[in-house]
Design a protein around this ligand. Structure first.
Ligand code: DI6
Ligand code: FE
Length: 401
């Protein structure tokens, strides 16, 4: 079955032209993939089209990719938000045993179905704004049983929804209370869980939180060595609250991405450029924690490091479920151009997940499409507080989000 989607204004995000623009374009989809894309007038020469859909000039982009989320967790942290407004800092709350640990308690107490239902609601909000692929990290279980359980919930979410799910093990997120004062022993435990998690098909990548309130570079390195021994790619929460040299360490392991990066220095940028790691900027966390130190966008651009944008959805530092709001914040707070922001949630986000078959509209790529009621793609980063609702096509199938 070959379907031609005709008369679209295509922001392919492929190639070097602005937006990869095609003014009156068409795509031919067979199964889950795009088999042809080009000017609509060149389509008439194509034989064997079974079905035609006229898009009447609608804007089509690649489906959005939210490549950094913590979507599976129990409870919320609204009370902690209130404490921060009464003067406590994110770090103070974490050091006092709140923060991530309070979400660990709530997550361990929640049943699989409760975790799944909540994650499905969140994922539907992302899909309603055009997300077709999401990355989901563990990191609120923090023991072998609960980490595996949260990753299984993430996999079940991918079965329950048309959305594609990639999973990342973030067991090295914070020290669980059982290991108080024994961080190295906890890292030993994390390394020992990875083989069975991989055997069960639960992890596509391995992440860690390298920070004064979490794990040291030496501990992070041990997690990365265990990942490398299994052939698993790594990524890192790096330089979010201070410069630990985490990005350079991750780059030395060929990291797919280094994420947050407000405190990234020149050595880290050079190491990322050499390794081809993506800089994953997370404006939701920057905003919600009222950070003032900006990620070094100009230096990243100058070094040719690809920049990606994600929601970082999590209950503590970014309870955001609007990818389009993140595009706006990437522009207003980090001064990305609207086109850079969209590349950050398409082409570069795909690269941050190690996926070559999506994030742009090209022959051979998945037919993951967002069809927008908008005149120009710069509007994706423009509207604030009320967002356009796209029609969404997941691997060739249009589904109501
Ligand atoms: N950095 C973050 O912004 C999230 N995790 C991390 O390592 C926050 C997680 C949380 O506060 O629950
Ligand atoms: Fe995160």
């Amino acid at each position: 079955m070959r379907t031609a989607w005709r008369h679209a204004r295509l922001a392919t995000m492929d190639g070097d032209q602005p937006w990869g623009w095609i003014d009156d374009g068409a795509l031919v989809v067979e199964g889950e993939h795009i088999v042809w894309i080009g000017e609509d007038r060149a389509l008439s020469a194509r034989p064997n089209i079974d079905r035609e859909v006229d898009l009447h000039g609608a804007l089509v982009t690649p489906g959005l990719i939210d490549a950094h989320t913590h979507l599976v967790y129990g409870g919320d942290r609204a009370a902690e938000f209130e404490m921060r407004l009464q003067g406590a800092s994110y770090e103070q709350i974490a050091r006092a045993g709140g923060g991530i640990r309070s979400t660990v308690t709530a997550t361990r107490a929640a049943s699989d179905d409760v975790l799944l239902d909540a994650a499905v609601q969140r994922a539907r909000a992302l899909m309603a704004e055009g997300v077709t692929t999401v990355e989901i990290k563990s990191g609120y279980g923090l023991d072998a049983w609960h980490e595996a359980r949260c990753l299984r919930v993430a996999r079940r979410l991918g079965d329950a929804l048309p959305l594609a799910v990639r999973t990342t093990c973030l067991a090295a997120h914070t020290l669980p209370p059982e290991f108080e004062g024994r961080a190295d022993a906890y890292i030993d435990a994390v390394c020992s869980w990875l083989p069975s998690l991989q055997r069960e098909g639960l992890i596509d990548a391995v992440d860690a939180f390298c920070e004064t309130i979490a794990f040291t570079p030496a501990q992070t390195r041990r997690v990365f060595e265990a990942a490398r021994a299994l052939g698993l790619p790594v990524k890192l929460h790096a330089e979010q609250l201070s410069d630990q040299g985490g990005a350079a360490l991750a780059a030395a392991f060929g990291a797919l991405s280094c994420d947050h990066l407000e405190y990234l220095g020149e050595d880290g940028i050079a190491a990322m450029a050499r390794a081809g790691s993506v800089a994953m900027l997370l404006p939701g966390a920057f905003y919600f924690l009222r950070e003032t130190r900006l990620p070094p966008v100009a230096a990243l651009r100058a070094a040719g490091v690809p920049i990606a944008i994600a929601t970082d959805h999590n209950p503590g530092s970014s309870p955001a479920l609007s990818p389009l709001l993140m595009l706006n914040m990437a522009c207003t707070l980090f001064r990305l151009t609207p086109e850079e922001a969209l590349r950050g949630m398409t082409t570069h986000a795909a690269r941050a997940l190690g996926l070559a078959d999506r994030g742009r509209l090209a022959a051979g790529c998945r037919a993951d499409l967002a069809i927008w009621p908008l005149a120009h793609p710069n509007e994706l980063a423009y509207w604030l507080g009320q967002h356009p609702r796209p029609r969404v096509v997941f691997g060739g199938q249009e589904r109501v989000a």
